[in-house]
Structures are given as structure tokens and as C-alpha cells.
Write a protein that binds this ligand. Sequence first.
Ligand SMILES: C[S@@+](CC[C@H](N)C(=O)[O-])C[C@H]1O[C@@H](n2cnc3c(N)ncnc32)[C@H](O)[C@@H]1O
Length: 454
Amino acid sequence: MDELGDADGELFQLPTAEEREASKANGGTDILDIQRRMQMCVRVLGNFKKLAANGRSRSEYIEQLLADIGSYYGYNDFLAEKLFQLFPVSEAIDFFEANEVPRPVTIRTNTLRTRRRDLAQALINRGVNLEPIGKWTNVGLQVFESTVPIGATPEYLAGHYMLQAASSFLPVIALSPQPNERILDMASAPGGKATYISALMQNTGVVFANDSNKARTKSLSANVHRLGCKNVVISAYDGREFPKVMGGFDRVLLDAPCSGTGVISKDPSVKINKSFRDFTLLSHLQKQLVLCAIDSVNPESRTGGYVVYSTCSVTVEENEAVVDYALRKRPNIKLVDTGLEFGREGYTKYRGKVFSDKLSLTKRFYPHVHNMDGFFVAKFKVEKRFKIANHDEKDVRSKTGITSAEGEQGGDGDNVFDSDEDKPYLEENKRRRMKAKGLRVPPRVSTQLLAPSA
Ligand SMILES: C[S@@+](CC[C@H](N)C(=O)[O-])C[C@H]1O[C@@H](n2cnc3c(N)ncnc32)[C@H](O)[C@@H]1O
């Protein structure tokens, strides 16, 4: 056995593989011993040259640490490793620790019904101890303690506020909805973000609040009514049916279905029920949805032309990999600043994968850093599609700032735009729209489909 003296003069022994097996067979190590061993492994890995025992490799310490994280915090091996890899060693422990602690209870003032100051006073009068969340939001309040159930006060029932995690304000702030716009919230139930969008638009324009899960649209509808959102239309399409069912939006929010690795403190079942297959399937769905979100935007919108992609997950394949994929598949988009004043930059490189440099414009939020749920936010500007032939694709990519070095990850083949090809469809659509409005329809100029460009 190898030995290392810790700060208190106690001895640390990194077990050998045989000793680990034997300990397992005897019912495992005591929880306090596991905790101590984790601390020692973190110490050694932080100063390996000086503290590692002779003949023991870095990977042996990491293997032990991962096994201990799994049993101490209750994660399956796969997820423990995946989350561990996101951070330097000691920070990873901070992340796992933060997932054991509930996040602050926060509420969002519904400005369609009241002002934050008035709401705060009304709740203080009922015995609620609260404070503004922070400078970055003028509608959020953090509840420290309350003598009344915060989800059943008269103010709650009257729609003066929404019980909402602070992190879920972020994609709406990034979306920056403007009055009188047409906005699609592609995966919107139970409506925390859709109702916030509605409030920022001051009940003007239209918010299309969609969610493929019909059962979940019930709570969406209840929230929309309670909060007095009169500019919201609810639908239950699969997001991948957009823009076929409807398009031409000024802005689209895709708060994508995800693994929930950012909200483990709220839903600890994630620790054991997510496998490699789940991440592969989710990432694939997210890639399909993000392309549909992009294609649903009107690039000629006078006030907008934006897509915000967000998840409550911290894994790279659900976030940067999806955004990078979208950049490669849609040459008419670019990443822009989210407008969020805090948060860590998204990864431009991760474990051998190289993403577009522009990924640094995306934002990551972590429980152990920001005391809010783990979250990811990216904002795209959608520009007019223009014709590109395969031979000059590189040229166009450099013009649009798309510099990804990663190869294609499979999926739906190259998707280049050809405005000539689109013309007959657009003409036909215009004719239909005019007809529907009772206008005189001009004779058809061209109905023949053009061959795709070489
Ligand atoms: C993260 S939750 C959305 C939370 C919501 N934006 C809010 O703020 O209250 C993701 C949602 O995606 C929905 N969903 C899953 N697959 C979908 C799909 N293919 N199309 C549209 N919505 C989908 C789920 O039903 C779920 O309600």
C-alpha cells in the first residue's frame, strides 16, 4: 500500500484494485472514509508531482475519485465521469456538492398585474422575508423564509407573480422580446418563459406558446390565464413541424428538452437514470429542433430576426455541440452576444473537439458559481439566405464567420440554400395569401421547380 500524510498527520492510503474489490465484497467503505479519501485524492491530483505515491498513476487517483463520487453522491458511473470531466478536479467537487443543496426560492413579478415594489410590500405584510435577486433583473425576488405557502397566497392566485427559478429568466432576457412582435416559444410548458415574454411585450403582438406534450399544455394554459396574458396562443405541435405549420417569426425561443443535469438539486433522479443513449438521443432531437427554430424566423424582420437556444443542462453535447452543428448547417446564421452580464463563456474546445471560436459568445451558468440552476444560453441572428454553390462554400463560411474545424457529425446531409430554388414556393405562398385576403391574384410567372444547384 502507498501512503501519504495529510494535514493532520493522518495517513492516506490509495487502495489497490484488489483492495477495492475486497472492500466492495465486504459491503463497501464507511461514508466518512470515502469523504476523507475524496479530499485526499483531490489534494494529490492538485499537486501530483509532489504528493503522489511512488508508482501510482494519475489515472489511478482519478479512477478512485470517480468511484467515490459515484458512491458518496449517488451517481451512476457514466454520469459521474461525464460531469467530472467538465471542471478542474477541485471545482468538480464543488459542483457535486452544490447539487446536494437546494437553490434559493425565487419569484418573478408579473408586470402585467403589478410592480415589484408593490408585490414585495404585499408579501412582506404576509410575513414573507424577501429581497431583490440581483441587479441583473428588475422583476425577480428571492424568498428567504415565509410563514405562508408561497404558491398559494392571494397574490399568487391573482397572478401577481410566477414561482420561477432565477436561471429561467436568462433566456428571455437574451431573447429581448419587443412589443408587437410575433414570437414563437417552441417548447414552452409550463410557461414560465412564455408568460415572461408576454409581459415584456406588454400584452401586445403574439406569443405562440407551443409544446408537443399536450398534457403539459394544461398547466401552460392555467399559467397564461392566471397571469392575464392576452397575447398568447397555445399549440401542441412537435417543434420539428415548424416552420411547416407556421413561420416568419420575429424571434424564436427554443428552451429545449434536455437531460436536466443543471437541475439535479431539484430532481436527483437524474443522477441514476441517464445513460449514454439518452444523451445521444437528446442531442439529436436538440439538433433537429434548433434547425427548425432557425428556419421559423423571418430574416427580414424589422425588429428582430433572432433565435435563443437554451437548456437546463451542463453537458457539452446538449449545448456547444448543438450550437456548433447549427452554425455548420445554416450558413445564414451567426452567434451574437446574449446581452447577459454574467455567466461563463461557452467552450470553444472540449476533449479533442474544436468548435467555432464564436462559441465564446454563449453563456454557461453553474450552481456552485452562480447559485442558480445549471443553464446554457446561446443567441443567433438569422440573416437572409443566399445562394452558395459547394465550391465556394468555404468562401461564404469565412464571410459569415463560421470557422468550425470539426467534421460533420452525421444527421441530415448538407443543407445549402438556393433562393432560385425557393422562388416558386415563395410565389405560390404569396398567391395563396393574396387569395385568402380576397385580393386579385396575378397570373403565375413560374411554377416549375428548379433543379438544385450543383
Ligand atoms: C425545458 S422544458 C420547457 C420549459 C418551459 N420553456 C418553461 O419555461 O416553462 C422542455 C419542454 O419541451 C417539450 N418537448 C419535448 N419534445 C418536444 C418537441 N419535439 N417539440 C416541442 N416540445 C417538446 C417538453 O414537453 C417540455 O415541456
